[in-house]
Design a protein around this ligand. Structure first.
Ligand code: ADP
Ligand code: MG
Length: 445
């Protein structure tokens, strides 16, 4: 194999997006993720059966064509799966203790490869200390939060790697809250031996010295899952087991989440990761360029570090794109070429998502003047779209509650209430929910 399958797939997705148009792409392929490559077969994960079926029927041929073009291999095929990435419950018995969920760890997500900067130093130090000394009450649970692509998953997987490599006597369970949910639902499946599966499911957690759960914000609104999680949490906690959690926001902003869970989450150490500043971006870039064996002039590296600043994942995406351009199309990386590649790469996302574009999209959909959304009127015709705007700003940008409030001339608790309100309206009214999802899609498209 003379190519990196993951890069190739990423490049094909970029092309598919251009060919399909963003709206379709966002509906069907935006959460496609590379799973594996084996003897000419790309396995691609999608988040639901519906998506996997639809994509198989409608886009499989096109994607295969793109993949063949990029790899130069006429026999390449693609299969789509919606199975979660973790082991299934039944296999727990015959896997060694350390294999529990650990097939999901990315090899490169280790402490040594995590670049420290003022934005993440405390999170790094705490994660490091937890990996070396578990269950210390001041850092249990450890709750790490921050925006997407800032290194939360990397850090907590580094803890898991450390345990795996240095503490063979300790077990850990690494799982995302979405997988927790899926496994829980599967254990409840009435077609199976329900109570047995449920016990196996619970045992997986009870027996762990470290419970590492990624993206707990997805527990929001899932009451029975929260309930189960609360009990597992307490059970582990009382036995001095270390719990490590991440989220894209601090505990009190996860909505709706049971009070008792919020207070559990806050009871240990809560640390955040912020977007990296220039120097840290430079250091991360240099590490990544070295991995990819790309040599760039200093002014180009500097240009990249100055321009690509939303988060680390975006920075990595930029390097991957450059790498793919070199490998596949043999493009010479002059500053001019890099500029045009990066401008296009950044274009789509940065243009669209800011308070003004979001309020005007919401205004369009609800047929109200976007300026009124920032005004004082409290009529229902204005109030609801205003709340929706707040909800979408929170959802689609990195702005804090305070910043969103400021845009509307209101305080953060108003924003928080608006988000709560929109969530509950979405839960009660499927037409309303569809409308919100449509606005969201139009903004992302
Ligand atoms: P999150 O879970 O916060 O969304 P990830 O942990 O998935 O973010 O990080 C996104 C990508 O950026 C990963 O490939 C990760 O290795 C990389 N990354 C993030 N922060 C750093 C860092 N400080 N040093 C090196 N790589 C980083
Ligand atoms: Mg993550």
């Amino acid at each position: 194999m003379h190519f990196h399958p993951e890069d190739v797939f990423g490049l094909c997705l970029e092309r598919a997006k251009k060919l399909m148009g963003s709206a379709k792409y966002n509906s069907w392929l935006s959460n496609a993720s590379f799973r594996s490559y084996d003897q000419g077969v790309f396995t691609i994960g999608l988040d639901s059966e519906i998506r996997a079926n639809f994509v198989t029927h409608n886009y499989k041929d096109n994607l295969e064509e793109l993949l063949r073009e990029v790899t130069g291999d006429e026999k390449v095929t693609v299969v789509f799966t919606h199975a979660p990435e973790t082991l299934s419950i039944g296999r727990v018995n015959n896997s060694s203790r350390h294999e529990l969920f650990s097939n999901f760890l990315k090899p490169g997500y280790v402490f040594d490869r995590f670049i420290q900067g003022p934005n993440n130093r405390l999170a790094f130090a705490t994660a490091h200390s937890v990996a070396y000394e578990m269950g210390h009450s001041s850092t249990n649970p450890l709750f790490i939060y921050g925006g997407v692509g800032l290194g939360k998953t990397h850090l907590i997987q580094a803890i898991a790697h450390h345990i795996k490599d240095h503490h063979p006597d300790k077990t850990f369970c690494y799982i995302s809250s979405e997988e927790f949910l899926t496994s829980y639902v599967r254990a409840l499946n009435p077609n199976k031996n329900r109570s047995r599966d449920m016990e196996i499911f619970k045992d997986r957690f009870r027996n762990s010295h470290y419970l590492i759960m990624d993206d707990v914000q997805f527990l929001a609104g899932k009451e029975s899952t929260q309930d189960l999680f609360f009990h597992l949490f307490n059970d582990l906690y009382l036995r001095g087991r270390q719990i490590i959690l991440t989220s894209d926001r601090p505990p009190h902003e996860i909505e709706p989440l049971e009070e008792r869970l919020i207070s559990r989450f806050q009871s240990g150490m809560v640390v955040d990761i912020k977007p990296p500043e220039l120097e840290t971006r430079l250091a991360i870039l240099n590490q990544k360029l070295k991995d990819e064996n790309i040599r760039l002039d200093n002014d180009i590296v500097f240009y990249l570090a100055e321009t690509v600043k939303a988060n680390v994942r975006q920075l990595e995406g930029a390097v991957n794109l450059l790498a793919a351009n070199i490998r596949i199309q043999n493009i010479d990386l002059s500053l001019e070429n890099v500029r045009s590649i990066i401008t296009e790469y950044l274009g789509a996302s940065s243009r669209r998502l800011n308070p003004t574009t979001i309020t005007s999209a919401v205004g369009d959909f609800f047929g109200v003047n976007p300026n009124a959304l920032r005004g004082k009127l409290r009529k229902r015709e204005i109030l609801v779209p205003r709340q929706v705007s707040m909800f979408l700003l929170r959802d689609l940008t990195n702005l804090s509650l305070e910043e969103i409030g400021a845009f509307f001339g209101r305080d953060h608790s108003t924003v928080l209430n608006a988000i709560k309100r929109v969530n509950s309206m979405m839960a009660d009214d499927s037409f309303f929910k569809r409308k919100i999802l449509d606005i969201r899609e139009s903004l992302l498209g």
